[in-house]
Design a protein around this ligand. Structure first.
Ligand code: AMP
Length: 281
């Protein structure tokens, strides 16, 4: 596996690769890698000839400084996992490599409705940061295929929009959420939970499963309230439980019995903010 820390040499190398007609797959991450990330690496390895993984904890997408400071870092293990998985190139830049002009006057993106709901409203500026880093990484790496996880449902929609703005961008391939045997979605932030917290955290998956099993056409208000109570009873401080149209993410209060829906949850446990979602129809 080749390791690059500088954007210039990586870009140069990948330009050469591209000229030979080789397909490049890209998996952006913030490190503290787990099987969810590894599934994306494996999907890329199957579909592309060269897989590039980036590890970069992007400061501009953190609205909460403590969350940024406490973000888990396991670089040695990450590199070993990528090597074992047959990843071809890992890009581990410094902040100055991604934002050579600093972070004060970065580009703003017109994300519209997507930025006004759920993760957008709960984490002001978060999706601007996601777009800023993705725009830079996609420009450096210029992959044909981009692999991201359904775990970050809204982020996938935002990045799809960004790719539309950039024009001639990669095809976005969304992979299903990888879960632990009890259902807890794998997440780098799970490392910040105590052993007891990890046991409790499965309540998010159980709540999503409950919503899916209980969904009937008509008003959704009671279902959402029940789900919120379940999470509170399990020890969570709930940020949101929402049901939205799966394709547009338009939050809805009723179901017509036909439109595909997704239930999305964000909740705090032991001061760690966890998110998860499930397509429920
Ligand atoms: P992160 O390192 O958390 O920024 O995630 C990097 C990529 O891995 C994103 O596209 C995430 O959606 C994806 N990802 C994170 N957790 C999972 C998971 N449990 N299953 C599938 N993909 C995931």
């Amino acid at each position: 596996m080749k390791l690059f820390r500088k954007a210039g040499p990586l870009r140069e190398h990948l330009l050469q690769v591209r000229m030979t007609g080789i397909k490049i797959g890209f998996v952006p991450t913030m490190g503290a890698l787990h099987n969810g990330h590894m599934q994306l690496i494996s999907a890329s390895r199957q579909a592309a000839a060269i897989t590039v993984c980036s590890i970069f904890v992007n400061p501009t997408q953190f609205n909460n400084p403590t969350d940024f400071e406490k973000y888990p870092k396991t670089l040695g293990d990450d590199i070993a996992m990528l090597e074992a998985a047959g990843n071809d190139i890992v890009f581990i830049p410094d902040v100055s490599e991604i934002y050579p002009e600093g972070t004060d006057h970065l580009q703003k993106f017109e994300l519209g409705y997507l930025e006004t709901i759920l993760e957008g409203s709960s984490r002001p500026g978060h999706f601007q940061g996601v777009c800023q880093v993705m725009e830079r990484l996609l420009t450096i790496i210029d992959p044909q295929l981009l692999f991201m996880g359904q775990k970050d449902y809204q982020q996938c929609m935002v990045v799809k929009k960004l790719i539309g703005f950039m024009g001639n961008g990669p095809e976005l391939i969304t992979a299903p959420t990888v879960r632990q045997p009890d259902g807890l979605a794998m997440s780098s932030r799970n490392r910040r939970l105590s052993e007891t917290g990890r046991q409790q955290a499965v309540a998010i998956y159980q709540t999503l499963s409950y919503v899916k099993a209980s969904l009937t056409p008509g008003p959704l208000r009671k279902l959402v309230a029940d789900a919120t109570n379940k999470l509170s009873d399990a020890g969570f401080t709930v940020d949101y439980v929402a049901i939205a149209h799966a394709s547009s993410l338009e939050v809805t209060k009723t179901w017509d019995g036909n439109t595909p829906l997704v239930c999305l949850i964000a909740a705090f446990l032991e001061e760690v903010r966890l998110i998860d979602n499930m397509v429920i129809s």
